[in-house]
Ligand binder design. Structure first.
Ligand SMILES: Cc1ncc(COP(=O)(O)O)c(C=O)c1O
Length: 341
């Protein structure tokens, strides 16, 4: 039994998801004729209390489109210094939108009005860039899946908009956050101009993300998606997986969180582990003991058919997901407990 904890993107479609995919009604979506994509887009817009949505191949694309349609070249975006849009999208903000970034530390990646206010560019000073967007990530992947409450988001959104800045949310794992806060996703639409949600992470589809946005941004988003090469044809087969996931895989996310917490609790007791970040959702990030490297640990993991991701010079990341069950959890705990380095 191979245990793959590298990411929640490694899941394979379930038999029921495959049935939904193969029976999907499809059409050419670039001509706006794929009924299943239309229905996924409407569903996502409704869930998040917004008017429009655009189905895309990846979360990187939905983030990059979202930021591009909210900015002009030479602007800048404010975000957490470890944000996916900045750190893990290949420099796309600079390349795709020709914008700069103002990076904040946040509280485990959760930025606040207090941090945002002092770094906003002065629009009346020609030396300074126009700060046009505040981008949040929820959950924060680099900080072991920490999450915002709606109240924190409301404060940031109201403040940012009062300063003329738009709001983007990288909600790749928004439903993991909501599984903990129990807040209603429909509230989110009020506080953002663009929201990216991923179907291929905790929700378990093979591909797909959706950019949910205001109606007036939809045509712009579709144009940029085409420019980026993301205009797909009979992709309703993929959208059907998304509809299935939204209907069937949200309520089970708590199970992933529970297993991640178990892993965190065990790791805290092991002498080859130096520290473990708080485990808030489905991501566990831990530091190995001084003198030990993630690579050395991963060799031993691999001998036991356990896959994990080196996350920095001293950290390893584990992510729980739909294809990680209790038997795998037991196997992982048994292996971790018997390791000595
Ligand atoms: C927080 C976050 N945003 C965006 C993405 C990008 O998603 P994709 O891999 O579909 O491009 C990821 C990918 O892991 C992510 O963790």
């Amino acid at each position: 039994m191979i245990v793959d904890l590298r990411s929640d993107t490694v899941t394979k479609p379930t038999p029921a998801m495959k049935d939904a995919m193969f029976s999907a009604e499809v059409g050419d979506d670039v001509f706006g004729e794929d009924p299943t994509i239309k229905s996924l887009e409407k569903k996502c817009a409704d869930i998040l209390g917004m008017e429009a949505a655009v189905f895309c191949p990846s979360g990187t694309m939905t983030n990059q489109i979202g930021i591009k349609i909210l900015t002009q070249p030479y602007d800048e975006v404010i975000c957490y210094k470890g944000a996916h849009i900045y750190k893990y999208e290949g420099g796309g903000l600079a390349g795709n939108s020709n914008i700069g970034t103002k990076l904040l530390t946040g509280d485990r990646g959760r930025i606040s009005v207090e941090e945002i206010e002092p770094v906003i560019g002065n629009i009346n000073d020609v030396h300074q860039a126009r700060t046009s967007v505040v981008a949040l990530e929820n959950t924060v992947v680099r900080e072991a899946g920490s999450y915002y409450t709606l109240d924190q988001i409301k404060k940031i959104s109201e403040f940012s908009r009062s300063k003329g800045m738009a709001m983007h949310l990288d909600g790749a794992r928004l439903f993991n956050a909501l599984a903990e806060t129990k807040e209603n996703p429909v509230e989110f639409g009020k506080y953002f101009d663009t929201i990216s949600i991923c179907l291929s992470k905790g929700l378990g589809t093979p591909i797909g993300s959706v950019l949910v946005c205001k109606k007036e941004l939809e045509l712009k988003a579709r144009r940029i998606r085409k420019v980026f090469g993301g205009g797909m044809r009979q992709a309703g087969f993929l959208a059907a997986a998304g509809i299935y996931a939204l209907d069937n895989h949200i309520t089970r996310l708590k199970e992933d969180h529970h297993r991640a917490k178990e892993l965190g609790n065990i790791l805290r007791k092991l002498n080859w582990v130096k520290s473990v970040m708080p485990v808030d959702t489905n991501i566990v990030i831990f530091e190995v003991r001084d003198g030990l490297t993630p690579e050395k640990c991963l060799v031993k993991f691999a001998e036991n058919q356990i896959k994990a991701l080196p996350f920095s010079a001293s950290e390893i990341r584990l992510v729980t997901h739909l294809d990680f069950n209790d038997a795998m959890l037991d196997k992982t705990i048994t292996a971790f407990t018997k390791f000595s380095f």
